[in-house]
Design a protein around this ligand. Structure first.
Ligand SMILES: C[S@@+](CC[C@H](N)C(=O)[O-])C[C@H]1O[C@@H](n2cnc3c(N)ncnc32)[C@H](O)[C@@H]1O
Length: 216
Protein backbone atom coordinates (compact mmCIF):
# COMPACT_ATOMS: atom_id res chain seq x y z
CA UNK A 1 0.00 0.00 0.00
CA UNK A 2 1.25 3.49 -0.82
CA UNK A 3 1.92 5.46 2.38
CA UNK A 4 0.45 8.94 2.72
CA UNK A 5 2.98 11.74 3.15
CA UNK A 6 0.89 14.91 3.44
CA UNK A 7 -0.28 15.74 7.01
CA UNK A 8 -4.04 16.05 7.59
CA UNK A 9 -5.59 19.52 7.60
CA UNK A 10 -7.63 20.54 10.68
CA UNK A 11 -10.82 20.13 8.63
CA UNK A 12 -9.74 16.57 7.65
CA UNK A 13 -8.92 15.71 11.29
CA UNK A 14 -12.32 16.91 12.51
CA UNK A 15 -14.14 15.19 9.65
CA UNK A 16 -12.34 11.87 10.20
CA UNK A 17 -13.62 11.82 13.82
CA UNK A 18 -17.12 12.55 12.60
CA UNK A 19 -16.96 9.72 10.03
CA UNK A 20 -15.48 7.26 12.52
CA UNK A 21 -18.48 7.75 14.81
CA UNK A 22 -20.99 7.30 11.98
CA UNK A 23 -20.47 3.83 10.53
CA UNK A 24 -23.40 2.17 12.37
CA UNK A 25 -25.83 4.88 11.29
CA UNK A 26 -24.44 4.70 7.74
CA UNK A 27 -25.16 0.95 7.61
CA UNK A 28 -28.70 1.47 8.95
CA UNK A 29 -29.39 4.16 6.34
CA UNK A 30 -27.81 2.60 3.27
CA UNK A 31 -27.39 -1.19 3.68
CA UNK A 32 -30.36 -2.20 1.53
CA UNK A 33 -29.39 0.04 -1.40
CA UNK A 34 -25.71 -0.87 -1.17
CA UNK A 35 -26.49 -4.60 -1.13
CA UNK A 36 -28.40 -4.12 -4.38
CA UNK A 37 -25.89 -1.72 -5.95
CA UNK A 38 -22.77 -3.77 -5.19
CA UNK A 39 -24.12 -7.27 -5.81
CA UNK A 40 -22.31 -7.74 -9.14
CA UNK A 41 -19.00 -6.21 -8.07
CA UNK A 42 -15.99 -8.31 -9.04
CA UNK A 43 -12.43 -8.07 -10.34
CA UNK A 44 -10.52 -4.81 -9.94
CA UNK A 45 -12.49 -2.32 -7.89
CA UNK A 46 -11.44 1.30 -7.33
CA UNK A 47 -13.25 3.35 -4.72
CA UNK A 48 -12.95 7.13 -4.53
CA UNK A 49 -13.21 8.65 -1.03
CA UNK A 50 -13.74 5.37 0.88
CA UNK A 51 -13.62 7.24 4.22
CA UNK A 52 -13.57 4.66 7.03
CA UNK A 53 -14.06 1.76 4.60
CA UNK A 54 -17.77 1.61 5.33
CA UNK A 55 -18.42 -0.03 1.92
CA UNK A 56 -15.85 -2.82 2.23
CA UNK A 57 -18.18 -5.25 3.98
CA UNK A 58 -20.62 -5.10 1.02
CA UNK A 59 -18.09 -6.41 -1.50
CA UNK A 60 -17.75 -10.11 -2.32
CA UNK A 61 -14.52 -11.89 -1.44
CA UNK A 62 -11.88 -12.25 -4.12
CA UNK A 63 -11.91 -8.67 -5.38
CA UNK A 64 -8.79 -6.55 -5.68
CA UNK A 65 -9.59 -3.17 -4.11
CA UNK A 66 -7.87 0.20 -4.45
CA UNK A 67 -8.99 3.12 -2.29
CA UNK A 68 -8.33 6.73 -3.30
CA UNK A 69 -8.51 8.60 0.00
CA UNK A 70 -6.92 12.05 0.43
CA UNK A 71 -7.46 12.12 4.22
CA UNK A 72 -4.35 10.50 5.77
CA UNK A 73 -6.05 10.03 9.16
CA UNK A 74 -8.23 7.39 7.50
CA UNK A 75 -5.44 5.36 5.88
CA UNK A 76 -4.63 3.16 8.91
CA UNK A 77 -8.36 2.64 9.46
CA UNK A 78 -8.79 1.49 5.84
CA UNK A 79 -5.76 -0.80 5.99
CA UNK A 80 -7.06 -2.38 9.22
CA UNK A 81 -10.58 -2.91 7.90
CA UNK A 82 -9.34 -4.42 4.61
CA UNK A 83 -7.08 -6.79 6.57
CA UNK A 84 -9.97 -7.83 8.86
CA UNK A 85 -12.14 -8.59 5.81
CA UNK A 86 -9.33 -10.36 3.96
CA UNK A 87 -9.54 -7.93 1.05
CA UNK A 88 -6.45 -7.33 -1.08
CA UNK A 89 -6.09 -3.57 -0.79
CA UNK A 90 -4.01 -0.70 -2.12
CA UNK A 91 -4.27 3.00 -1.29
CA UNK A 92 -3.69 6.27 -3.14
CA UNK A 93 -4.20 9.80 -1.90
CA UNK A 94 -5.27 11.27 -5.28
CA UNK A 95 -7.24 10.07 -8.25
CA UNK A 96 -4.63 11.17 -10.80
CA UNK A 97 -2.05 8.86 -9.11
CA UNK A 98 -4.42 5.94 -9.64
CA UNK A 99 -5.14 6.94 -13.26
CA UNK A 100 -1.40 7.19 -13.97
CA UNK A 101 -0.83 3.64 -12.72
CA UNK A 102 -4.04 1.87 -13.73
CA UNK A 103 -5.68 3.70 -16.64
CA UNK A 104 -8.29 1.47 -18.31
CA UNK A 105 -7.91 -1.38 -15.79
CA UNK A 106 -10.93 -0.97 -13.47
CA UNK A 107 -13.91 -3.31 -13.70
CA UNK A 108 -15.75 -1.04 -11.24
CA UNK A 109 -15.27 2.41 -9.77
CA UNK A 110 -17.37 3.16 -6.69
CA UNK A 111 -18.33 6.50 -5.14
CA UNK A 112 -20.67 6.99 -2.17
CA UNK A 113 -21.15 10.47 -0.67
CA UNK A 114 -17.98 11.81 -2.31
CA UNK A 115 -18.93 13.85 -5.38
CA UNK A 116 -20.33 16.63 -3.14
CA UNK A 117 -16.82 17.38 -1.90
CA UNK A 118 -14.42 16.87 -4.80
CA UNK A 119 -12.98 20.20 -5.94
CA UNK A 120 -13.48 19.48 -9.67
CA UNK A 121 -16.61 17.42 -10.33
CA UNK A 122 -16.28 17.18 -14.14
CA UNK A 123 -12.54 16.40 -13.85
CA UNK A 124 -13.23 13.68 -11.27
CA UNK A 125 -15.82 12.04 -13.53
CA UNK A 126 -13.36 12.16 -16.43
CA UNK A 127 -10.78 10.39 -14.23
CA UNK A 128 -13.41 7.79 -13.27
CA UNK A 129 -13.96 7.12 -16.98
CA UNK A 130 -10.22 6.99 -17.60
CA UNK A 131 -9.79 4.36 -14.86
CA UNK A 132 -12.55 2.11 -16.19
CA UNK A 133 -11.96 -0.49 -18.85
CA UNK A 134 -14.34 -0.47 -21.80
CA UNK A 135 -17.67 -1.85 -20.51
CA UNK A 136 -16.59 -1.19 -16.88
CA UNK A 137 -19.11 0.34 -14.49
CA UNK A 138 -19.20 3.40 -12.28
CA UNK A 139 -21.44 2.70 -9.25
CA UNK A 140 -22.68 5.73 -7.32
CA UNK A 141 -24.82 6.63 -4.33
CA UNK A 142 -24.74 10.37 -3.65
CA UNK A 143 -26.73 13.17 -2.04
CA UNK A 144 -27.73 15.84 -4.56
CA UNK A 145 -29.46 19.18 -5.09
CA UNK A 146 -33.20 19.19 -4.41
CA UNK A 147 -34.96 19.63 -7.76
CA UNK A 148 -38.46 19.81 -6.23
CA UNK A 149 -38.27 21.78 -2.96
CA UNK A 150 -37.13 25.43 -3.41
CA UNK A 151 -36.65 26.00 0.34
CA UNK A 152 -34.28 23.07 0.71
CA UNK A 153 -32.57 24.05 -2.55
CA UNK A 154 -31.95 27.55 -1.14
CA UNK A 155 -30.47 26.07 2.08
CA UNK A 156 -28.29 23.68 0.07
CA UNK A 157 -26.96 26.52 -2.09
CA UNK A 158 -26.28 28.72 0.95
CA UNK A 159 -24.52 26.00 3.01
CA UNK A 160 -21.08 26.33 1.36
CA UNK A 161 -20.97 29.99 2.49
CA UNK A 162 -21.38 28.95 6.15
CA UNK A 163 -19.11 26.92 8.53
CA UNK A 164 -20.85 23.82 7.07
CA UNK A 165 -18.17 23.47 4.42
CA UNK A 166 -15.29 23.55 6.93
CA UNK A 167 -16.89 21.02 9.29
CA UNK A 168 -17.97 18.71 6.42
CA UNK A 169 -14.57 18.67 4.69
CA UNK A 170 -15.71 20.65 1.66
CA UNK A 171 -19.23 19.25 1.14
CA UNK A 172 -21.34 21.34 -1.26
CA UNK A 173 -24.91 20.00 -0.93
CA UNK A 174 -26.27 22.03 -3.86
CA UNK A 175 -24.60 20.12 -6.68
CA UNK A 176 -26.43 18.69 -9.68
CA UNK A 177 -24.45 15.46 -9.56
CA UNK A 178 -26.98 13.55 -11.68
CA UNK A 179 -26.60 16.17 -14.43
CA UNK A 180 -22.81 15.99 -14.21
CA UNK A 181 -22.83 12.18 -14.52
CA UNK A 182 -25.24 12.38 -17.47
CA UNK A 183 -22.87 14.85 -19.19
CA UNK A 184 -19.68 12.92 -18.44
CA UNK A 185 -19.56 10.87 -21.65
CA UNK A 186 -20.59 7.41 -20.40
CA UNK A 187 -22.29 5.17 -22.98
CA UNK A 188 -25.20 4.35 -20.67
CA UNK A 189 -26.43 5.83 -17.37
CA UNK A 190 -29.11 4.46 -15.03
CA UNK A 191 -29.86 6.93 -12.26
CA UNK A 192 -32.66 6.76 -9.68
CA UNK A 193 -33.65 9.73 -7.51
CA UNK A 194 -35.07 9.17 -4.01
CA UNK A 195 -35.46 10.88 -0.63
CA UNK A 196 -33.25 9.31 2.03
CA UNK A 197 -34.55 9.24 5.60
CA UNK A 198 -32.17 9.81 8.46
CA UNK A 199 -31.78 11.76 11.68
CA UNK A 200 -30.50 15.30 12.16
CA UNK A 201 -29.78 18.44 10.22
CA UNK A 202 -27.34 16.81 7.81
CA UNK A 203 -29.85 14.21 6.71
CA UNK A 204 -32.50 16.94 6.40
CA UNK A 205 -30.36 19.14 4.12
CA UNK A 206 -28.98 16.15 2.21
CA UNK A 207 -32.22 14.17 1.88
CA UNK A 208 -32.41 14.07 -1.95
CA UNK A 209 -30.19 11.22 -3.16
CA UNK A 210 -29.33 9.40 -6.36
CA UNK A 211 -27.99 5.92 -6.95
CA UNK A 212 -27.23 3.91 -10.03
CA UNK A 213 -24.54 3.01 -12.50
CA UNK A 214 -22.84 4.40 -15.59
CA UNK A 215 -21.15 2.22 -18.19
CA UNK A 216 -17.98 3.23 -20.08
C1 LIG B 1 -18.62 12.15 3.20
S1 LIG B 1 -17.16 11.19 3.11
C2 LIG B 1 -17.79 9.67 2.46
C3 LIG B 1 -17.02 8.48 2.91
C4 LIG B 1 -17.60 7.14 2.41
N1 LIG B 1 -17.49 7.03 0.97
C5 LIG B 1 -19.02 6.98 2.85
O1 LIG B 1 -19.88 6.65 2.02
O2 LIG B 1 -19.28 7.14 4.05
C6 LIG B 1 -16.29 11.89 1.72
C7 LIG B 1 -14.93 11.22 1.49
O3 LIG B 1 -14.40 11.70 0.25
C8 LIG B 1 -13.03 11.99 0.43
N2 LIG B 1 -12.64 12.94 -0.62
C9 LIG B 1 -12.74 14.28 -0.62
N3 LIG B 1 -12.25 14.80 -1.77
C10 LIG B 1 -11.82 13.75 -2.52
C11 LIG B 1 -11.20 13.62 -3.80
N4 LIG B 1 -10.93 14.69 -4.56
N5 LIG B 1 -10.88 12.38 -4.25
C12 LIG B 1 -11.16 11.28 -3.50
N6 LIG B 1 -11.74 11.34 -2.26
C13 LIG B 1 -12.08 12.57 -1.79
C14 LIG B 1 -12.95 12.51 1.86
O4 LIG B 1 -11.66 12.46 2.40
C15 LIG B 1 -13.91 11.56 2.57
O5 LIG B 1 -13.28 10.39 2.99
Amino acid sequence: MAASTRPATLSQQIFARFLLGGDDLNHRMYAARKNALFKEVHGRVFEIGPGTGVNLSYYPSGISWTGIEPNPVLHPVLKGKARELNITADLHTALDEAVREDKGRADFVVSTMVLCSVSDLAGTLKSVRDLLKSGGRFLFLEHVIDRANPVRRFVQRAAPYTPWRFFSDGCDPGRDIAGAIAAAGFTQVECQHYLQNGPGLIALVNRPHIYGHAVK
